[in-house]
Design a binder for this molecule. Sequence first.
Ligand code: GDP
Ligand code: MG
Length: 159
Amino acid sequence: NGLATAIVGRPNVGKSSILNHLLQEDKAIVTDVAGTTRDVLEEYVNVGGVPLKLVDTAGIHDTDDKVEKIGVERSRQAIHKADLILLVLDASQPLTAEDKELLTATENKHRLILFNKSDLPAALTISDLPDVAASDVIKVSGLTGAGMEDLAAKIEGLF
Ligand code: GDP
Ligand code: MG
């Protein structure tokens, strides 16, 4: 068992890369093709001493693809069922409509917001998220692994 934790974010923000860092192995498929993660992937991992059941999701976006549609529906269910949300944003890009939709969809959940791609020049700051406490935002990089210890410490601090 473990605390149900959903990694959410629009396609290509780096959810699977972050999951792989947390798992320290390459189970999720990482590519630069949007929509690669079509299904939901569950993994059990200890982060900051807290046992998590991590659920990697396909994101929430409009699509005509039949298989992708099922992934999006499962992502909505994963958010609904989760005890903790890790909402991943691409901090090298301005917020998109889908980011804002996810911020709203998760605002009443236990939530940490990951500013991913922090190895790139920043396009996002905490002031772009007026309803979010600075202490709930963590800068990370799914590419270099930067910030993963901060994330673990934050999760540990929640419980
Ligand atoms: P997902 O669709 O949200 O699961 O995103 P992926 O983990 O598959 O990553 C999408 C693309 O972004 C891949 O080309 C990754 O190598 C790249 N990527 C992920 N995290 C980072 C990061 O922190 N920095 C940079 N520069 N690229 C990243
Ligand atoms: Mg993915």
